[in-house]
Design a protein around this ligand. Sequence first.
Ligand code: SF4
Ligand code: MG
Length: 332
Amino acid sequence: NEALLEVKKLKKHFSLGKGTVLKAVDDVTFHIKKGETLGIVGESGCGKSTAGRTIIGLYDRTEGDVFYEGKNIHELTGKERFAFQRKMQMIFQDPYASLNPRSTVREIISEPMEVHRLYANKKEQLKRVYQLLEDVGLNRDHANRYPHEFSGGQRQRIGIARALALDPAFIIADEPISALDVSVQAQVVNLLIGLQKKKGLTFLFIAHDLSMVKHISDRIGVMYLGNLVELTASAALYKNPLHPYTQALLSAIPIPDPDIEDNRERIILKGELPSPINPPSGCVFKTRCPLVMDVCSTIKPEWQEVETNHFVACHLYNKSRASHSHHSKTMV
Ligand code: SF4
Ligand code: MG
């Protein structure tokens, strides 16, 4: 099961003028295997949406590389890029803003097919629209209606149908359920899981909290201030979080089983999230980390595989500093 997508030391910086630089994405490395769902979690402003948009090529990258099926997506020619769009699609957070209010559902779903001239025959194209509506749990009677006639959950289904119109292999879902009522969030997640099985899709699923990605993700990555700080299999992340930031995030999620006594200590992070315009030197998490050490101020922790398939960027697990980290851990 080889990697479909590889992201290597990706950076996306925005120049705000007068030498001010916003380091939205500063150090992100991971791969996604075919048919897998990778969840990316982090609080708002951590750069997860920017990472998604850079990975799909909506933004050019500042440094680093993104390979899809071994091809560097930021080095494609215009023609290659156009063809490539069919393989990679995006589902957006806000199903209200992302659908043109003056277009019918049929027009919205047909548009990508028309741009890519998928069907010479209008009848065939309409058949495909009906099929896509069924795939997302709507029906052909919805085709001639407008977005405002639908609920938030239904609109997100329309957005999903549009993303599927070109029969992509890889989908980036940027907080697809965050704007929806809690009662419909699970329905949309289940729809995505069903579509993945049926169509063999690969997902990058972006969310702002760990409870939202739990049921859909095979592996989960945690982002903080433009940096990926931990990544491993979902079960391992919940059972054995290594990065102090992940530990804090998990301590804030209630244990879902009422029969299990929840006597974990809630880790409250001190201070505010620093600005990505002037991020801390050394470890980006040092200003809020309960386990901060001297070395954290000066040296940026490297992204390393500290256990099989468990990556973390934190000096506590740096093998070459093992004695140092052991000392600090026992002190806390
Ligand atoms: Fe905390 Fe240091 Fe690890 Fe950063 S490197 S998370 S400051 S212990
Ligand atoms: Mg976002």
